[in-house]
Design a protein around this ligand. Structure first.
Ligand code: MTE
Ligand code: MO
Length: 257
């Protein structure tokens, strides 16, 4: 038999969580405590609670960070090595001086944010490992603006469920895009990186900004991000599966690591 406080605590929890006002069942009905049915109900509630809690904690956990001595001397590139739209190429020519990041969709205040403004906002620096689904990894130092700050500033709607990243490169006629849920969007290590290893982010690594979403595999880390759109429905974008590779059918939408 567990100690009394434990039982009372669980009673209160059960009453509040599942039995509503039916205190009748619990108050003064100690015989029920002894019944197998009651005990197994308690166990189920406990297990369920632990499972839900564990999985939520897991999504909130930080990805490992590394010392500067672990930074890879060469960071492999993959996928597109530049944006391809005419608009993007013009921005490369004038060093992104007039480039702005569009933030819209399910937000109260759609915004166009310049690179200068982004860089002036509070930033986070992290040395993390990038894991590509093709089987290689590399470590770099990333500096960028936490995505949650931008979403808060734009007034993200309470009805929004996903954040979509529209990129400046295409595979044939298909633009690269990606999406994440709000747990990843508000994760402390999810940043729009404009700095890499102490320099301005180079074009081949996604200039002027790329997503770093450190609990996910490489293809979720959208390069050449031009527009961020909040939505409650991924099926209305392109192939409807939430990302370029997901639409192609090669990779899963949720790529948690
Ligand atoms: N816009 C865009 N983002 C992209 C890709 C791409 O082709 N286009 N490739 C993805 C893949 S598969 C990986 S592994 C990483 C590669 O980033 P890197 O070139 O900085 O190594 O970018 C991801 N983001
Ligand atoms: Mo990748």
């Amino acid at each position: 038999m567990k100690n009394n406080r434990d039982i009372i605590g669980r009673r209160a929890l059960l009453r509040g969580a599942t039995l509503g006002g039916s205190a009748l069942i619990l108050s003064g009905c100690d015989a029920l405590n002894e019944s197998d049915m009651f005990r197994s109900a308690l166990r189920t509630a406990e297990t369920l609670n632990q499972t839900v809690h564990r999985s939520l904690m897991d999504r909130a956990a930080l990805a490992p960070e590394f010392p500067a001595s672990d930074i890879s001397p060469v960071f492999k590139t993959n996928g597109s090595l530049t944006g391809t739209s005419a608009e993007y190429l013009a921005h490369v020519d004038d060093k992104f001086a007039d480039w702005t990041l569009r933030i819209d969709g399910m937000v109260a205040k759609p915004m166009d944010v310049s690179l200068e403004t982004l860089r002036a906002m509070p930033s986070r620096t992290q040395i993390t490992r990038h894991d590509c689904v093709e089987g290689w990894s590399a470590i770099a130092k990333w500096q960028g603006t936490p995505l949650r700050l931008l979403l808060q500033q734009a007034g993200l709607s309470a009805r929004a469920k996903y954040i979509v990243f529209h990129c400046a490169d295409s595979y044939g006629a298909q633009p690269y895009y990606e999406s994440i849920d709000l747990i990843d969007a508000f994760h402390p290590q999810t940043i729009l990186a404009w700095g890499m290893n102490g320099e301005m982010l180079p074009v081949k690594y996604g200039a002027p900004v790329r997503l770093r979403v450190e609990r996910q595999l490489g293809y979720k880390h959208a390069k050449y991000v031009m527009r961020i759109e909040a939505t409650d429905d991924l099926t209305k974008f392109h192939g409807g599966k939430g990302g370029y590779w997901e639409d192609v059918g090669d990779y899963e939408w949720y790529a948690g690591i």
